[in-house]
Design a protein around this ligand. Structure first.
Ligand code: HEM
Ligand SMILES: *[C@@H]1O[C@H](CO)[C@@H](O)[C@H](O)[C@H]1NC(C)=O
Ligand SMILES: *[C@@H]1O[C@H](CO)[C@@H](O)[C@H](O)[C@H]1NC(C)=O
Ligand SMILES: *[C@@H]1O[C@H](CO)[C@@H](O)[C@H](O)[C@H]1NC(C)=O
Length: 510
């Protein structure tokens, strides 16, 4: 007869044997998988002082972030370890890459093998709900299918006159006596105004309210929404930084801000739903002005989903376009020759508003915007998580040109910021702003400001049109721009990257 203790030992031993068997089987299966795909050992594994949790690697990253050198720090690592290397981040394996072939693989060729990293998604859910930025797999496909028609029906030609009144407000807010102004702050206000008008059909009029001063705001609820929304977004950035630790945190103030933002948006959602109901019978809205939310309500009648998606698009569209504008003018203020060349390109208009076709033909302006997006990509880095065992086509073997095995659960971190600094793709002096480098440059996945593959940015055309139009209008109104800040460009990396010290300049009216 077995005693109870013997029985317990027997079961434990059986368990150990069984799990070892499973482990061994998995190991062999993976080896077979790697072999059949021609995978070799990674060319570079970052040597870690702490091989268990990689705290030394994580610590260095945090130190860099604290001194506003996070992006530079990632670039230095690629220079030190090569264009693809493996490391760890706390308990999970990571691969870092700036290899276009690898990025194309993650985002397009093997799209279904990867998802968004769970940290970011979890931190974003409270504010952004089940929107496109918090979804993967089937729910993402659904989001994309719901959103895409609304973008497709938007007409850029019609968008230009609609922007002009906001451009007017922006120009009014710029001092004409040459005193210092932070253009970045104005660009953020501008994109908030145009994005809300585009999305809800109602602008929050931030620029207008800024001129009235804080005492005489045109509409309280608009200003409150902007404050609440901004506060709730910052809270999310905080949670993304904390990662898993954010679960221990609860901010009643952020919850309040969120509630207020929701209440504001629900007003417009209900209007769109009412229109959806009425136009089902009477088709009354055929000639009315384009409002994104009304278009979206043709695809879904779910009140919560409409609110979630509209908040996601606001997030996607607002800070990104503002950063592109801000970074562009930061450079223009330091390159009078480039500013003058751009003014030459728009001189034929004699001060009138450009048409959409004319904007598309402005070659040097496009060089400048591409150069801004190269040197300071608005979304400078990104992560995808492997949802099954898979491979990357580069990074294995002595020369790093062979495929490497990617274990399920690995986080692949790709740095667009660092890839955009590779001289073999962009020519010499990649730390400098040189629009002329785009003459004759033909690129594929090496230049990736808007992402690629099935999740490519839906607002690319919108953003580039808006940035081009506003730039042209400013070139026409001001003959000179000068930097009023001697500090180097310093990153402020929240959900997007922009200038920590703003864009302090003075402008001379034409
Ligand atoms: C300079 C401006 C912009 C840049 C650099 C930019 C960049 C990006 C990038 C890199 C992504 C991919 C994010 C990821 O998959 O992790 C993305 C996605 C997206 N962008 Fe943009 N974006 C810009 C402006 C806009 C604007 C103005 C809108 C809307 C009006 C917009 C709407 C979207 C949407 C809806 C997605 C999600 C696509 C999906 O997941 O399927 N973007 N954008
Ligand atoms: C946009 O609208 C203009 C008229 O305002 C029209 O000429 C043009 O064909 C439209 N473009 C698209 C892509 O629908
Ligand atoms: C729209 O119609 C549905 C029923 O068809 C109704 O339940 C809903 O309350 C209506 N919504 C609005 C905003 O009128
Ligand atoms: C800017 O970059 C895009 C994406 O690579 C490219 O298609 C386009 O031709 C570039 N524009 C110019 C003017 O170089």
């Amino acid at each position: 007869m077995l005693t109870q203790i013997q029985l317990a030992f027997f079961i434990a031993a059986l368990f150990v044997v069984y799990t070892s068997f499973l482990q061994a089987r998995l190991y062999l299966k993976r080896r077979q998988f790697a072999k059949s795909h021609g995978c070799l050992e990674p060319r570079c594994k970052v040597p870690l002082k702490d091989p268990v949790l990689a705290l030394d690697f994580v610590w260095k990253t945090l130190q860099n972030a604290k001194s506003d050198r996070y992006l530079e720090g990632t670039y230095e690592r690629f220079q030190q370890y090569g264009s693809t290397f493996t490391a760890k981040h706390l308990h999970y394996p990571t691969i870092h890459t700036t290899e276009p072939e690898n990025i194309k693989h993650i985002l397009a060729t093997a799209f279904d093998d990867f998802k968004f990293s769970s940290f970011r998604v979890n931190a974003m859910i409270p504010l952004f709900g089940k929107g496109i930025f918090t979804s993967d797999g089937a729910r993402w496909s659904h989001s994309r299918a719901v959103l895409r028609p609304s973008f497709a029906r938007h007409n850029m030609t019609d968008h230009l006159p609609f922007m002009e009144s906001h451009v007017d407000q922006l120009i009014k807010a710029i001092p004409k006596d040459g005193s210092v102004v932070d253009l970045q702050k104005l660009f953020f206000a501008f994109t908030m105004d145009t994005a809300t008008e585009f999305l809800f059909g109602h602008s929050v009029h931030t620029l207008y309210n800024m001129q009235l001063g804080n005492d005489a705001v045109a509409d309280d609820s608009d200003a409150n929404f902007v404050d609440s929304y901004t506060y709730a977004c910052l809270d999310i950035v905080h949670n993304i930084r904390l990662g898993a630790l954010s679960k221990l945190r609860y901010s009643p103030k952020a919850k309040q801000a969120q509630k207020r933002a929701f209440a504001y948006i629900d007003r417009f959602v209900d209007e769109a739903l009412a229109l959806r109901n009425s136009s089902k019978s009477s088709r009354a809205d055929e000639t009315s002005k384009y409002i994104f939310l009304n278009e979206l309500a043709k695809e879904t009648g779910d009140r919560i989903e409409l609110r979630d998606q509209i908040l996601n698009v606001l997030l996607a569209g607002r800070d990104t376009t503002a950063s592109l504008l801000s970074n562009t003018f930061w450079e223009l203020a330091r390159h009078p020759d480039i500013y003058a060349k751009l003014r030459d390109e728009v001189a034929f208009l004699n001060g009138r508003e450009p048409t959409y076709e004319e904007l598309k033909d402005m070659k040097y302006l496009k060089f400048c915007l591409n150069e801004s997006l190269r040197l300071r990509p608005v979304v400078p880095a990104n992560t995808r998580e492997a949802i099954r065992d898979t491979i990357l086509p580069r990074g294995g073997g002595e020369d790093g040109c062979s495929p490497m095995f990617v274990k399920k659960g690995t986080h692949v971190y790709y740095s667009v910021w660092s890839m955009h600094r590779r001289e073999e793709f962009f020519g010499k002096k990649t730390e400098e702003y040189i629009p002329e480098r785009w003459e004759g440059l033909k690129l594929g996945w090496e230049f990736l400001p808007f992402n690629g593959g099935p999740r490519i940015c839906l607002g690319q055309q919108f953003a580039l049109t808006e940035a081009s139009y506003l730039t042209v209008r400013l070139l026409q109104k001001f003959s000179r721009i000068e930097a009023r800040d001697s500090r180097p460009w310093t990153e402020l990396y929240t959900l997007v990257a922009y200038s920590k010290h703003g864009t302090l300049v003075s402008l001379t009216p034409a």
